[in-house]
Design a protein around this ligand. Structure first.
Ligand SMILES: N[C@@H](CCC(=O)N[C@@H](CS)C(=O)NCC(=O)O)C(=O)O
Length: 223
């Protein structure tokens, strides 16, 4: 039975699942939905996920949504290479990191900074003021990430884990958003990453060199 993934280009959650499929060397059929045509709200897709959200992974009659659930499902079916560690202690530590990223990094970085820039919400006074207020919490979160990536190849040690693949899209979106012309007046002090957050920059380069990484890169970012 083969895997099918339903996703949208640039969805950070979907990107994490694509990375897991690639890292585990699994074959899959890709269903890239067109967000501009609301294909994720079409009846055919709502029949698969009534919430109208991606990613969704199917395998025969099995349908799984919610990124952590999909990662846990893939890990249970394909334990090698492990993305959640090889001992209970490692597993606990990796889930802690995943939860910390979800609870304390994604919000300040993605909702606070990259999301508003991508959506063009930083041009007027209100949007720029909101962004200014969001800078401090985002830098606090980035500082935490950078500290956790200093002196170690990956977040949980020498091997890549689910924590890295959850974090990767959040960091790539931030780097892309911060480099946009629309962000030039915001004094974000995020780029160049190798000067501001060298631990994150070195880790990003390692992640980009992973086999299969190119297959996961958002198609609409290639243009
Ligand atoms: N909690 C979900 C979040 C999924 C999610 O928010 N997906 C976004 C794309 S990044 C989506 O499908 N948004 C479409 C919409 O809400 O209309 C997960 O872990 O997978």
């Amino acid at each position: 039975m083969s895997y099918e993934i339903f996703w949208i280009s640039g969805s950070p959650y979907a990107w994490s699942v694509l990375l897991a499929l690639e890292l585990k060397g699994l074959e899959y059929t890709s269903h890239l939905l067109d967000r501009s045509r609301d294909e994720h709200k079409a009846p055919e897709f709502l029949a698969i996920n009534p919430r109208g959200k991606v990613p969704v992974l199917t395998c025969g009659d099995t349908v799984i949504s919610e990124t952590p659930a999909i990662l846990a499902y893939l890990e249970a079916k394909h334990p090698e290479p492990p993305l959640f560690g090889a001992s209970p202690e490692e597993t606990g530590h990796i889930w802690q990191l995943v939860s910390e990223i979800e609870s304390y990094v994604r919000g300040p970085v993605a909702d606070g900074v990259s999301g508003p820039i991508f959506r063009g919400q930083v041009k007027d006074g209100n949007g720029a003021a909101n962004l200014k207020a969001a800078k401090g919490p985002a830098h606090d979160a980035l500082q935490w990430v950078d500290e956790n990536l200093t002196g170690t190849a990956y977040l949980a040690g020498s091997a890549i884990t689910a924590a890295d693949i959850i974090l990767l899209p959040v960091m790539q979106a931030l780097a892309r958003a911060a480099g946009k012309e629309a962000a030039a007046h915001l004094d974000l002090a995020i780029l160049p990453l190798d000067k501001t957050y060298p631990g994150i920059a070195a880790w990003l380069a390692r992640m980009e060199a992973l086999p299969g990484y190119g297959n996961t890169y958002p198609p609409h970012w290639r243009d």
